[in-house]
Design a protein around this ligand. Structure first.
Ligand code: ATP
Length: 360
């Protein structure tokens, strides 16, 4: 918190399990702020997004929401189930893509860490995927006008990818800086044996930064080989940098390998805004049952606190973020895991267990 004002953060519930896990993460944030003497340090602004926003405001991401986001320090955004929207909303750029593009949230930081007490494929994963968030093979967000996908005839579909030097340079910088603060190992994921020009350029531009970071060991793997390495030995990786779609796919895999998608946190940021958003989707198959794992959303919200603190030189916030991570880990280890982690806790039960841990 600056002396002048509390931080102002948006809250967008979204679809599916969103209205369960987003309020859950707010409960944890409010509890950690109270436990660390910072009650009232964040002003929340609830904003419409998703299916209910279509019904009430005519758009999954209404203009009012976008205008409000522009005035905020950051926001917590639940998942959306855009595949279930009625047309024309289903064919439009989805709410996440839209805000990532509008606010140039170019870096998507996705940690995958094994929590003690879970039945993870990898017992000791502790890695972070740094995903370029604005270009690459996600054609829906790489053009100024239109979606980058088109059909010249009813039987032919074309999608275009885009890679640019400035976008690769800024994500490379993020990845090297993060590796330097962690275990000093950076892995570049590409597919330069086939997609030589595009992902080959991604790889070589990231490698150009290596001389500036002689303390960081750099290696590189093809995207397909990387899936094997992650399943076999996720514990050997530290920071992984990848283009948009490769990073998306790898982070679901890494999340599951380290325990469950339900603990896969994610932060999207630009130079002046950040959005906490779990790496998983809206999980419509379990929505409304009170069994969703809120950990990914809670840990994403904690990452937002860490980012706000670093940006404002407010070190109490990274400490609060670390306390949340400790609380989540202790709650899981203490037997309060949700179903996806092999336990039987409800969403509310898990939140209560985390809150009980905070400040203890
Ligand atoms: P999207 O395309 O939006 O990423 P998806 O259909 O690919 O969505 P998810 O919605 O992430 O995938 O769901 C994949 C599986 O993981 C589902 O079985 C879902 O129930 C489960 N899952 C996802 N998130 C959670 C969570 N927070 N808690 C428990 N299970 C979850």
């Amino acid at each position: 918190m600056t002396d002048a004002r509390p931080y102002r953060l948006g809250v967008l519930d979204g679809d599916g399990i969103g209205p369960e896990i987003v309020p859950a993460s707010l409960d944890v944030l409010d509890a950690v702020l109270a436990a660390t003497g910072r009650a009232g340090g964040i002003e929340w602004m609830r904003l419409p997004m998703g299916r209910s926003a279509i019904d009430e405001h005519g758009a999954a991401m209404p203009d009012e929401t976008l205008h409000a986001l522009a005035t905020l320090d950051g926001w917590i955004m639940g998942p959306h189930d855009s595949a279930s929207y009625p047309e024309p909303h289903r064919s439009q750029l989805n709410p996440s893509g839209l805000v990532r593009k509008k606010f140039d949230l170019f870096a998507n930081i996705r940690p995958a860490k094994t929590f003690p007490g879970t039945r993870a494929v990898c017992a000791n994963a502790d890695l972070v995927i740094v995903r370029e968030n604005t270009q690459g093979f996600y054609a829906d967000r790489n053009t100024y006008l239109g979606t980058g996908e088109w059909m010249p005839t009813a039987d032919v579909a074309i999608a275009q990818a885009i890679f640019t030097r400035p976008a690769i340079e800024r994500i490379a910088r993020q990845a090297f800086e993060l590796a330097r603060r962690r275990r000093k190992h950076l892995t570049i994921v590409h597919k330069a044996n086939v997609l030589r020009v595009t992902t080959g350029m991604f790889r070589s531009i990231v490698e150009e930064f290596a001389p500036e970071y002689p303390d960081v060991t750099v290696d590189a793997f093809h995207m397909d080989a990387m899936t094997v390495h992650l399943v076999r030995r996720a514990g050997d990786f530290d920071v992984i940098v990848a283009e948009n779609m490769f990073g998306d796919i790898l982070s679901d895999l890494a999340g599951e390998v380290s325990g469950s998608l339900g603990v896969a946190a994610s932060l999207n940021h630009s130079t002046d805004k950040a959005m906490a958003q779990a790496a998983h989707g809206s999980a419509p198959d379990i929505a409304g049952q009170g069994v969703a794992n809120p950990a990914a959303m809670i840990l994403s919200a904690a990452m937002l606190l860490g980012w706000l603190g670093a940006r404002n030189d407010d070190m109490a916030l990274p400490r609060a973020a670390a306390e949340i991570e400790r609380g989540v880990s202790a709650a899981i280890a203490g037997g309060s895991a949700t179903r996806d982690l092999g336990g039987s806790a409800s969403t509310a039960g898990f939140v209560a267990a985390v809150v009980a841990e905070l400040g203890s």
